[in-house]
Ligand binder design. Sequence first.
Ligand code: ATP
Ligand code: MG
Length: 286
Amino acid sequence: MRGDLLSRFQASTNGRFRLRDHDPAWDGGAQTKEHAASQVDRNHQRLYESQELLWASGTHSVLIVLQAMDTAGKDGLIKHVMTGLNPQGCDVWGFKVPSAREQQHDFLWRYSMALPARGSFGIFNRSYYEEVLVVRVHPEFLAKQGSADHHSLWTERYEEINDFEKHLARNGTAIVKFFLHLSKKEQRKRLLERLNEPAKHWKFSAADLAERQYWPEYMTAYEDAIAATSTKHAPWYILPADHKWVARWLASEILIATVKQLKLKLPPVSKQQRAAITAAKRELGK
Ligand code: ATP
Ligand code: MG
């Protein structure tokens, strides 16, 4: 089943990708909400075990990239899927509008500084992909980066991102990229809930409404970026996000399958270590 999920929700890696082939409102098919939630719960233990292996083997890290329009459920997905991990081996980074200092560096700098070390999970809640998404929709950000919107800029950035990810993959980072695919209609519903429920007022941001106006521009930017950067070593997964439980269930399953593919093993115990263990036991009277 997991293998099927991997291929079914993975964006093709042949440079051709169309968002309209993916239904944001997919309701899980034969899967029930209750069963999916129990799978996510069961996977917490599996993820915890793979985190221990990741740490013990010390050869790999896992980078999870989350991208989506506002209200798509990135925060809830992190909370529900990653619960159960040891906080010592998992860093979550949320990337907002860059600071003046960050803008003085190349566009990948601030993200490189946050990459997970071997043995750890790293979650990017927004990521270097913002540099070809929000920055493409609002090219005025480029001036602050000492750059201009020339015709090949975006293809150059896709290329640089692909090179960056290839470099990471070759150096032991498993990269999983999730696009939480939300429909504009469902976003409207979620924004209205925030406006109509006093307990959700704190979540409302006028900026979300402003960005909603650029929906078609964002969809084009997502489509182009995913088409150009879904690769074997760093695939994009398109998670239907109109039903939050569907996105969480798929993310959890895909993550488990990805870590499994690393075939992590406990480090071998050498002859000397075995002798040291026997000696230590003897010393402790065992
Ligand atoms: P939430 O709304 O759940 O708190 P969020 O990720 O939407 O999470 P916000 O503070 O609402 O966080 O928004 C962050 C904003 O920063 C987004 O609009 C995003 O597009 C913007 N941003 C992120 N990276 C960049 C970048 N490199 N250049 C310009 N804007 C960026
Ligand atoms: Mg927001």
